[in-house]
Design a protein around this ligand. Sequence first.
Ligand SMILES: *Cc1c(COP(=O)(O)O)cnc(C)c1O
Length: 389
Amino acid sequence: MMVSKHPPIPFNAPSVEGRELDHIRTAIEEGKTASGGPFAARVASLLEEESGAAGALLTTSCTDALEMTSLLLDLHPGDTVIVPSFTFVSSALAYVRAGARIVYCDIEPATLGLDPRHVAELLDDSVRAVVVVHYAGVACDMDGLREVLRDRPDVTVIEDNAHGLFGRWRGQPLGSLGRFATLSFHDTKNFTCGEGGALLVNNPDDLPRSWVVYDKGTDRQAFLRGMIDKYSWRDIGSSFGLSDVLAAYLYGQLEQSEIIQAKRRAVYERYTLALAPHADELDFQLPVVPDHCEPAYHLFHMLLSDHDTRTRVMDDLRREGIHTTFHYVPLHSSDAGRKYAARDDDCPVTDDLSGRLLRLPFYNNLTEGETDRVVDALVRSLKDTSAKD
Ligand SMILES: *Cc1c(COP(=O)(O)O)cnc(C)c1O
């Protein structure tokens, strides 16, 4: 086995980018560590300013924020939610917990976002919501989706925007395109506090009830804002709030948003520039960014010719200390995915692309020397592969 003389290149490496540690210390020293503290307020203002949302509610995860949307929709058994099969489990899990069944939608091969033509085929009276994912931080086909839903104002659009903070579609922020949007601050995302998330509430009419669901079904948030003089149990809900220690961490990251996004963009562009000349010869496809989309630079993926090539490439790179990975295992073919499906639907594009999609190491401080090493190793491996064919 060839042993690399270089230090390993991990797939992801979260980093301290600004005043995170100072802020965490402040939160603890000032004794405001529960949810709804001063750092949460600052983060919420930043997120509201960026997205134009009526409210940004910090949650313990994106999964939690999705569960909030599920409670806010008052789903009943018999209801269904359309979810792309090519996404993380949480996009479906949140609705299953409320008793709904999932209708799996295929993706279109350019953006890997849901395919509106398939949504049109799947729409029936049971559908209460459609979840969209802006894969890698590039908007899905929102024009197509809006056209399909034109006569269905009763169907709520929810953006699982875990990848898309600071991305744009036709100049509008990702996260502002649905009635609700959710964000993730897990340590695999562009901005992190370890574990965290947010619910963006885009319609001000949804805000009062969102705050109740957020705070254990009580109107305590209205009480804390001085809007009422005592609080009590009003509705369903749970304990969704993020500790202010973590909000402090997150605030330190978001203060550096321009720098972080510029670093990620630079990594993305280095990969693109170095790989593009080899795409035809070595039979792979780089990410597609439609003209009207500004990416959020969440990840760098490429489509290889087939599944076996991907397996070989990942093994080759691992031997050189370079950690690449695939992505979602299609939900429609997973055990629980099948169990909670409304019916049996095929998602052939998802099946095909998920088997040959490769993600390269991608994080803020990945150096030029490191991206060069990744590209060299990748090109060598693919040349070996085509030589063997
Ligand atoms: C990361 C991710 C989630 C889950 O986020 P958590 O904050 O870990 O709950 C959900 N959906 C998508 C598309 C994700 O990438």
